[in-house]
Design a protein around this ligand. Structure first.
Ligand code: PAF
Length: 295
């Protein structure tokens, strides 16, 4: 596996690998799979690399803590970083190239003059709580897509709104690639895997289980009351459950169509519905979600 820190080196290395593979793949072009990450990898990231390995000929992983998607009072400086460990894990999981650019390499002029703005679906959920966040995500992902030129790009469904934003951007800007959403990986007790889980104290970690429990409750309630339970009733049941954790400070509990993120009144059975949670435990903000009636 190769590690590259400059755009020029990475592009040259991918081009050379493609050229080598063309000799063996006689009837088609080599397929490039890409997984952008903020690093500090966990099993969820590795499952995406594994999926890319199965579906593609070349697997590229980027590790870049993107300052453009962090707000002024957010955790950019203290976001956990361990490039050495990440590089080893990515190699073990089957990556061919790891790209670790500096901020200067990605943004010779910071803040960048050109930004990618996806409207409407970024006004709600995390977009409402973290103004500018999705502009930063869409901009860096567009840049990374231009650098790597993948055929398939893999994203975790834990960031369901991010997946919706990136799919919208790819569609609107005619980017020639497929976005592949991958299921959220959970710890054995249900907590969704996240690099930010390392911030949690033992007590916060224990109480954070209310998130996955609330989502299970939502799935059970909608299965038994499909077509009759209103979104407001469901929201209030989830709020009561999450509030049993004294340390939980709810940012949002929201129920929306997916991926268009329109408000929902009554839980229908024939339309994908996102149940999304964002809750703070101490200084750590966790998100989790489930998508009902997925097609
Ligand atoms: O989900 C993430 O890890 C980041 O938002 C991403 C997609 C790597 C962009 O910086």
């Amino acid at each position: 596996m190769q590690v590259h820190t400059t755009i020029q080196q990475l592009r040259a290395a991918i081009a050379a690998r493609k050229q080598e593979l063309r000799a063996t793949l006689l009837d088609r072009e080599p397929r490039v799979g890409f997984m952008p990450t903020l690093g500090y990898m966990h099993a969820g990231h590795l499952s995406l690399i594994d999926r890319a390995r199965q579906e593609c000929d070349i697997v590229v992983v980027s590790i870049f803590v993107n300052p453009l998607q962090f707000g002024a009072n957010e955790d950019f400086d203290k976001y956990p970083r361990d490039n050495e460990r990440d590089t080893r894990l990515a190699a073990e999981a089957g990556a061919d190239f790891v790209f670790i650019p500096s901020v200067q390499e990605m943004y010779p002029q910071y803040p960048t003059k050109t930004k990618v703005v996806v409207n409407e679906i970024t006004d709600v959920l995390c977009g409402a709580s973290r103004p500018g966040h999705f502009e930063g995500v869409a901009t860096v992902v567009a840049k990374l897509f231009n650098i790597v030129q993948p055929d398939r790009a893999y994203f975790g469904q834990k960031d369901a709104q991010q997946v919706a934003v990136i799919e919208q951007m790819v569609q609107d800007l005619n980017m020639p690639l497929t976005v592949v959403p991958c299921p959220t990986l959970r710890e054995p007790d249900g907590l969704a895997m996240s690099s930010r889980n390392v911030y949690l104290s033992e007590e916060e970690r224990k109480q954070a289980l209310v998130l996955s429990q609330a989502l299970k409750l939502a799935e059970d309630l909608t299965a038994t009351h499909a077509g009759s339970i209103t979104a407001e009733e469901l929201r209030s049941r989830l709020e009561s459950h999450i509030s049993t954790a004294p340390l939980a400070v709810i940012d949002y509990i929201d129920i929306r169509t997916y991926p268009s993120l329109q408000p929902v009144e009554t839980l229908a059975t024939d339309q994908p519905v996102l149940i999304a949670l964002a809750v703070k435990f101490g200084r750590t903000r966790l998100i989790d979600n489930t998508i009902l009636n997925r097609r």
